[in-house]
Design a protein. Structure first.
Length: 276
């Protein structure tokens, strides 16, 4: 008899807990109309301002949406360039680096992304939206008229803009901004720093050409004094690959050794590298 009472008490407690859970679920649950009404009320209620975390999330979402929209003509590409300039400027302003500005002359098809130390000039054909030219100009702050250094057309920037690889274009801008990221330095000192870096890169390029003119990439890495050297391209820094592991030289599909080149090294991020 005692066992039976304990058994009944056990089931009463168990079912009581189950009913309490079901009742709480019923009270929490709402119909589809109730959910729609609550969502609409929440969206229309602007009394509560978004906090810092909400703004960061909103900015990240807007950047993802902007990157997903293709640039099909000159107007959309110009809008994308302006959005990229604001995105990059927001990152570097927090670090105390000169902001990145966007200027447009759509009548002439010229668009500029500029700072106090350099500017990127992009020429877009209005009829087709094709990127005709992309040049990087470094401003000489030590010159009375602040002349710019001799600039060349940058096919790497043209290629990434033509293919819609805007993250690659952002990498070019980030690399240019990093050149002048010298804390507590004047514009003249930053110019001297860039001139010294450019001369050093020219010397390394000449030395590399004399040593490895007749060698393939693998021989340059194994036998060359500098390894495999890739000169500065647009805003991407000079890259020196001085070691590649034996397993990275193996083609996984054919199980044979493959002939390395710059594209394989860059795309697969293999080897030990030094950036300047």
């Amino acid at each position: 008899m005692q066992i039976s009472l304990q058994f009944d008490e056990f089931f009463d407690n168990k079912f009581r807990k189950i009913f309490e859970i079901l009742n709480s679920i019923f009270l929490i649950s709402r119909s589809a109309q109730d959910l729609c009404r609550a969502t609409r009320t929440t969206l229309l209620d602007r009394r509560q301002a978004p906090d810092a975390a909400d703004r960061v999330q909103l900015r990240a979402s807007l950047e993802q949406l902007a990157n997903a929209v293709p640039a099909r003509d000159a107007t959309s590409l110009a809008d994308r360039l302006e959005a990229i300039s604001k995105q990059v400027a927001a990152r570097w302003t927090k670090r105390g680096v000169a902001t990145l500005n966007f200027m447009a002359a759509p009548v002439h098809g010229c668009y500029y992304l500029s700072t106090d130390c350099f500017y990127v000039e992009i020429n877009i054909e209005g009829s087709s939206g094709r990127v005709a030219e992309a040049k990087v100009h470094h401003i000489d702050s030590n010159h009375p008229n602040q002349q710019t250094s001799a600039s060349k057309n940058c096919p790497e920037i043209i290629q990434c803009l033509t293919k819609g690889e805007f993250q690659r274009f952002i990498d070019h801008l980030e690399g240019l901004m990093a050149i002048y990221d010298i804390p507590n330095a004047s514009a003249q000192d930053k110019t001297r720093g860039w001139n010294a870096l450019a001369l050093c890169e020219d010397d390394l390029a000449r030395l590399d050409f004399e040593i490895s003119a007749s060698q393939d990439v693998g021989a340059q890495i194994n036998l060359g004094a500098l390894g495999f050297l890739q000169p500065r391209a647009g805003g991407l820094p000079l890259k020196m690959t001085y070691f590649v592991a034996p397993m990275d030289k193996l083609d996984v599909n054919t199980k044979n050794l493959r002939k390395l080149n710059g594209q394989i090294i860059n795309d697969e991020h293999i080897g030990n590298v030094q950036l300047f």
